[in-house]
Design a protein around this ligand. Structure first.
Ligand code: ZN
Length: 109
């Protein structure tokens, strides 16, 4: 059981992975369940050519709007020119399956 009671606007319990303590005065636009984000070390190609590469991290953040059943994954890079995007968790799983089937894919080094 959580130490703090749920705010009056929260009608469903947090998913098991939510690490947020929700407060009564949270703004409507900020009412999300969030998981601890995960960083994955990657080599990013520059936008102009593959000669430009950068060791970096991608950040994966799982979230769900309070009151919804839909889970989303936001993938971002710290560099602005690489931006980020959000996909449904179902889509992310499809991407993972597709990546594992690419020619030459195998366990990470
Ligand atoms: Zn929550």
């Amino acid at each position: 059981m959580r130490a703090n009671p749920s705010p009056s606007w929260q009608h469903d319990p947090c998913p098991d992975w939510c690490v947020i303590t929700h407060h009564e005065n949270d703004l409507v636009e900020d009412r999300f369940h969030d998981a601890t984000s995960v960083s994955v070390p990657v080599v990013l190609a520059g936008s102009s050519a593959l000669e430009e590469v950068d060791n970096s991290d991608l950040f994966l953040a799982l979230f769900r709007r309070v009151g919804s059943d839909d889970d989303w994954l936001h993938i971002s890079a710290p560099e602005a020119d690489h931006g980020g995007f959000t996909v449904s968790l179902t889509s992310a799983r499809r991407l993972g399956d597709a990546l594992s089937r690419l020619p030459g894919s195998g366990p990470p080094p």
